[in-house]
Design a protein around this ligand. Structure first.
Ligand code: 0A1
Ligand code: ZN
Length: 879
């Protein structure tokens, strides 16, 4: 909890530590009421720094009871050290010494889920970013890297499985009935990668033979009831291990790799060395309980955590400002892995769509920050879409600038040069630069400037000289702390399309896509020998995280929808057309006019459904209208209810006018195969289910079809699609079916945590779930305020997706959210500050809603014991 004014930490103040820790030997005595921890630290003066005399050793630590301290085995009287709520400061009289620290902690009472805590009946840890300081007093910063050993002493009946990082080197039964195991990690690491797990867990075993022929034992630990949900994660892991060998030349480095599934976890998963800990919902799956989306998410997250073994663990971050060094790079790596395992263009569309819908608003809001932030109050608030997803786009741009082989040369140099070190984003860029002999001087601005650049493009065709010019102007709106910006280096991929829809050759080699190096505020690019007036295809494959403005007409967008050879831009043309039309309808709705849909959208959809040669995955993407969030992002002022009404009107009109086409497509793809999570089958199911959602909007027959699918489905993807379609359908019959379905779903799956999360979230986002219903569900056995997955499923989904009820006119939705934030502020500050996000964007909404949101932020601000997490977000939002 905060003192008067929480302190801001600045990158410019970075200094090396006064001391290093070379070896850390931990002993945990796990008990039912408390746990005692002994830390034996081999400490050495940092001689890189100038010291007039030996400074005190100032260790980080919170929420612990200090039992005793000794230096070189001499107990230190409490009068000799000083202790605050955040630090333990020890006097030092030698350049090297051993510090032994005994602390007592209470994992049973730890609801923050940082440090050592309980989840159901097991013990587990989460140390990134600063959780280790809740376990023992330590130099809790990533540039302090030590070799660790972990001894665990516990009751073997309650905790038959006792795990930590590295290799098991001792296992003995003690006289008092307890068991003692010792783990040793041969690689030095910062303490944020430390992990411990103890519990009554089942294990599913597998193995992987590395490139050089070493056998690695793979072990997935979970509660016994879930052993039938482990296969997909293990398969994904083996694929990821192989891919990293082939694509990056990275081999795994221990003889054992373990994954543990836990039900209480703030994030998706954590890459602790040799012992990854996963949120159960991001690792467990079987066809009866997991949707295709879950299967793909698990594949990506398992790979992401595994890839961290090199990008994050072997080469780690110097300080937390460098977070994107490991996260941006690793997200880029996992995205490429997923693209190779599934459909590349579809993965690109999903990622770009996610970035534009979710990260662009962050970049334009009160918590906007650069990929490498310059300051923070609470680092947990910086595990953001900017650091992760925009960071990955920045790495992708480097990849595109230096090319595939150049990127591999750069990553080889980076890994070999910095193996075992804690480094900076600057070191990464330098390695890329030096391996390729390119100049990334201007490019570095992507790490330091926040905000989303806007690229305005205009063109001119000179028929007499067969010359076409593109004029590109960039600007970036001001963001907090950065009023003025300098131009970015934007790799801008461009194609030109002729009247028949063919790509025109753009240079002597006949290339049809050229990457323009946009580096100035305004630049003109000339293309010669252009035989006719072309239509430009801009920022192909989403070549940079920017907004592109070009005055396409609706007819031109329809042309691009069927002709652009770039998959991403073909899809984006459809999005642009739909956004334009929905925005027009929003205006009509606000003016009280009768809504009228531009027929061209119907025509465009009709030709998608009947005449296109697109594969099924791509067709599904093209048939999905832009989300309400994306439309909102494209509006100057957000009127959430008008957007909802307008988009809904478009869906219904398309459903009625293209009923026959949707039905034909549904029937053709309703093949009832045995379930397999292959890319091809996933695409087929997604196409079928999007057709079903339109059919259900059209008439009662569609509702019957959904009900039938709900009852007969042989997999969760189809069953859950039908359920959420019914849950959002308006007719009396549909409401009745939805109720029956929800009741039977709960009956059948009430003991399955992941299913209950689904059950909560489908209701929370439901068009007919009002605030009162949410409050009722909070009282239901299925809900638990101490479980982040449940909080996200119910409260998070309500605030982010249930536009109609969350944004109701009287502001009760916002007050409800603020109430929950205040409760979570005490239980779990990380969850509290994340949950706040929707109301932090109050300036983007209509005046009435903006004022109501602001009022709630002010109410939160008045709370006495505000955590640093919540304080930082609320105070920045009100600035
Ligand atoms: N490094 C993890 C993300 C993570 C961060 C913080 C956590 O606890 C508060 C947990 C996980 C990743 O990128 O997967
Ligand atoms: Zn990560």
């Amino acid at each position: 909890m905060k003192d008067a004014q929480p302190r801001t930490i600045y990158l410019k103040d970075y200094q090396e530590p006064d001391y290093w820790i070379d070896q850390t030997d931990l002993t945990f005595r796990l008990g039912e009421d408390y746990t005692d921890v002994t830390a034996v630290l081999q400490v050495r003066l940092n001689k890189n720094k100038q010291h007039e005399h030996l400074p005190n050793l100032v260790l980080d630590g919170t929420d612990m009871q200090l039992l005793s301290v000794s230096i070189d085995n001499q107990p230190l009287d409490s009068s000799l050290y000083s202790l605050t709520t955040e630090n333990l400061s020890l006097p030092v009289n030698a350049e090297q010494f051993t510090a032994t620290i005994n602390t007592r902690i209470k994992p049973q009472e730890n609801t923050s889920l940082e440090g050592l805590y309980r989840s159901n009946d097991m013990f587990c840890t989460q140390c990134e970013a600063e959780g280790f300081r809740k376990i023992t007093y330590y130099l809790d910063r990533p540039d302090v890297m030590a070799k660790f050993s972990t001894t665990i002493i516990a009751d073997p009946k309650k905790y038959p499985v006792m795990l930590s990082n590295g290799n098991l080197i001792a296992d003995e039964n003690l006289d008092d009935g307890l068991r003692k195991v010792k783990w040793e990690d041969p690689f030095k690491k910062p303490c944020y990668l430390f992990a411990l797990v103890a519990g009554d867990l089942a294990c599913v075993d597998d193995e992987f033979i590395t490139h050089s022929g070493r056998k690695v034992a793979l072990k997935l630990f979970t509660e016994a009831t879930n052993v039938d949900k482990c296969e997909h994660a293990l398969l994904s892991l083996k694929r990821a291990m192989k891919w990293d060998e082939e694509v990056y030349g990275r081999e795994y480095d221990l003889d054992i790799f373990m994954i543990v599934a836990v039900d209480h976890f703030n994030m998706g998963a954590m890459e602790n060395k040799g012992l990854n800990i996963f949120n159960s919902s991001c690792v467990l799956a079987k066809p009866e309980t997991a949707t295709d989306g879950t299967y793909q998410r698990i594949e990506a997250i398992v790979a992401h955590e595994y890839f961290h073994n090199w990008s994050g663990n072997r080469v780690t971050c110097r300080d937390w400002f460098q977070l994107s060094l490991k996260e941006g790079f690793t997200v880029f790596r996992d995205a490429e892995f997923s693209a190779d395992m599934n459909s590349r263009p579809v993965k690109r569309i999903e990622d770009a769509n996610f970035l534009r819908t979710m990260q662009f608003p962050e970049d334009a809001g009160p918590t906007s920050h650069p990929v490498r932030p310059a300051s923070y109050i609470e680092i947990s608030n910086f595990y953001t879409l900017t650091v992760y997803e925009k960071g990955a786009e920045v790495v992708r741009m480097i990849h595109n600038i230096v090319g595939k082989e150049g990127f591999r040369k750069g990553s080889d140099l980076y890994f070999s040069r910095h193996d075992g070190q804690a480094v900076t984003t600057e070191d990464f860029v330098k390695a890329m630069e030096e391996a390729n002999d390119v100049d990334l001087a201007l490019f570095r601005r992507w790490y330091t400037q926040s905000g989303t650049p806007v690229v305005h493009v205009s063109d001119n065709y000179d028929a007499a000289n067969k010359r076409y010019t593109l004029t590109v102007k960039q600007n970036c709106p001001p963001t907090p702390g950065q009023a003025e910006k300098v131009p970015f280096h934007i790799p801008f991929a461009v194609g030109l399309i002729d009247a028949l829809g063919n790509d025109m050759p753009l240079d002597e080699q006949g290339n049809t896509t050229l990457v323009l190096d946009v580096k100035e505020a305004e630049q003109t690019f000339t293309f010669n020998n252009i035989s006719e007036q072309p239509l430009p295809s801009l920022a192909r494959d989403f070549s940079a995280p920017v907004k592109v403005e070009y005055p396409y007409t609706r007819d031109q967008l329809m042309f691009l929808m069927s002709h652009d050879n770039d998959g991403f831009n073909r899809w984006d043309a459809g999005q642009k057309l739909a956004v334009d039309i929905i925005k027009e309808l929003v205006e009509q709705q606000r003016a009280g006019m009768t809504l009228a849909l531009d027929e061209r959208l119907v025509t465009a959809y009709k030709s998608l459904l009947t005449g296109s040669s697109l594969d099924k995955a791509m067709l599904t993407k093209m048939l999905a209208l832009p989300s309400e969030d994306y439309v909102a992002e494209e509006c100057d002022v957000i009127y959430p209810l008008s957007i909802h009404v307008a988009r809904d009107f478009v869906r219904r009109t398309l459903a009625v006018k293209l009923h026959k086409q949707f039905k034909t497509c549904f029937d053709a793809n309703n093949t009832q195969k045995a379930y397999q999570p292959t890319a091809e089958d996933i695409a087929e199911r997604s196409l079928k289910n999007i057709c079903l959602s339109y059919l259900t909007l059209a008439d009662e027959q569609g509702i019957e079809l959904s009900w039938q699918q709900y009852q007969q489905a042989n997999n969760m993807t189809d069953r859950f699609s039908a359920l959420s379609i019914l849950e959002n359908a308006v007719s009396v019959k549909a409401r009745d079916y939805a109720e029956q379905a929800l009741a039977s779903f709960y009956q059948q799956w009430q003991r399955d945590a992941q299913m209950i999360e689904q059950w909560l979230s489908v209701q929370a986002g439901g068009e007919y779930t009002d605030l009162e219903k949410i409050q009722q569900l909070m009282q239901h056995n299925a809900f638990d305020m101490k479980n982040p997955n449940k909080v996200r499923a119910l409260i998070g989904v309500f605030a982010n997706r249930n536009k109609v009820h969350f944004h109701r006119d009287d502001g009760a939705g916002y007050a409800f959210l603020a109430d929950q934030v205040l409760v979570l502020n005490r239980l779990n500050p990380q969850m509290a500050s994340r949950l706040l996000t929707p109301i932090t964007r109050w300036r983007r909404y209509d005046e009435m809603r903006g004022a109501l949101m602001k009022e709630q932020l002010q109410r939160i601000m008045k709370e006495k014991d505000l955590s640093k997490d919540v304080y930082e977000i609320v105070s920045k939002s009100l600035k």
